[in-house]
Write a protein that binds this ligand. Structure first.
Ligand code: ZN
Length: 181
């Protein structure tokens, strides 16, 4: 049943434990699913219909749960927008450790804790597809989950150059990064 993903609690800038202590384990799972979608899709405001769709709950279940979730989701969304505003100051530069940790948490969860290049689920890093030194950004669509061997082997190379240097394109799965609807 529902499990609290401690990694994802990091994406909530309020008092996670205090603000969600009335939730059951299953409700935590729904809350964390919505928290992740707030980060990935960054809606301007919370819309009930959108939230219900993201939750994948039936109307009845959603009706029951949503009064409990709205306030912490509002707090979470404010944090998402504040953070995204704050990291603009680092365009063209590496993020400081705290901000990088947030981005890494987000990217790994989005990619289901799987290397987008080879499918490994161990020793995962977040990798700039286009490196900062080549003008790549810290935006979500430029950062993907990569295992340590892929990350180290790719280094600052472009994905194209990296594949050529490995002499094979077959071993690089999904090299364009995850496509999310
Ligand atoms: Zn890999």
């Amino acid at each position: 049943m529902g499990m609290l993903n401690l990694d994802l609690t990091r994406l909530y800038f309020g008092d996670y434990v205090g603000d969600t202590m009335d939730l059951t384990a299953d409700q935590h799972t729904v809350f964390q699913k919505l928290l992740l979608q707030l980060w990935l899709q960054r809606p301007v405001v919370l819309k009930t219909r959108w939230l219900r769709k993201q939750s994948r709950l039936s109307r009845g279940d959603w009706h029951f749960i949503h009064p409990l979730l709205l306030e912490p989701l509002g707090t979470a969304l404010a944090g998402v927008h504040r953070w995204n505003e704050a990291i603009r100051a680092y365009d063209g530069r590496r993020l400081p450790p705290f901000e990088w940790q947030i981005l890494r948490t987000l990217v790994l969860a989005r990619d289901d804790y799987t290397c987008v290049y080879c499918g490994s689920t161990e020793d995962l890093h977040a990798d700039h597809r286009i490196s900062i030194t080549r003008g790549g950004s810290n935006a979500l669509d430029n950062v993907v989950t990569a295992c340590a061997p892929c990350n180290l082997s790719k280094g600052p190379k472009t994905i194209g150059d990296w594949m050529k240097s490995r002499g094979s394109t077959k071993s690089v799965k999904n090299a364009r990064g995850p496509i999310r609807s």
